[in-house]
Write a protein that binds this ligand. Structure first.
Ligand SMILES: [Zn+2]
Length: 105
């Protein structure tokens, strides 16, 4: 069991993935229909997708953290790990890198 499911935060990861997927889909949809969409709609899809990607990322950075010491695990993963490995690092985290929470197995 990973630390995210132990602390009941794995749903945040899945919500984040779903939201990011929707945001990217919105950007791609906007770009694919560049010629047919009214300009306002194009802007809505692309800018909306970019903004929500950013918001979701910030929300994940702020909300996925250690319940004991408050270390922001998601942010630590993104900022401290190699770009290809951070997600694996986060998902395979068994205990908090700062305080060792949760201490039981
Ligand atoms: Zn901690």
């Amino acid at each position: 069991m990973t630390i995210l499911s132990k602390t009941g935060q794995s749903w945040k990861i899945w919500i984040m993935f779903a939201a990011l997927l929707l945001s990217q889909a919105s950007i791609i949809y906007g770009q694919m229909n560049l010629d047919t969409l009214p300009k306002d709609f194009y802007f809505l899809f692309v800018a909306g997708g970019a903004i929500s990607t950013f918001m979701v990322f910030i929300a994940a950075c702020v909300s996925i953290k250690c319940p004991s010491c408050g270390l922001k695990w998601f942010w630590s993963a993104v900022s401290g790990q190699e770009s290809k490995k951070w997600l694996f690092w986060l998902l395979s985290l068994k205990s908090c890198p700062r305080c060792g929470e949760p201490k039981d197995g």
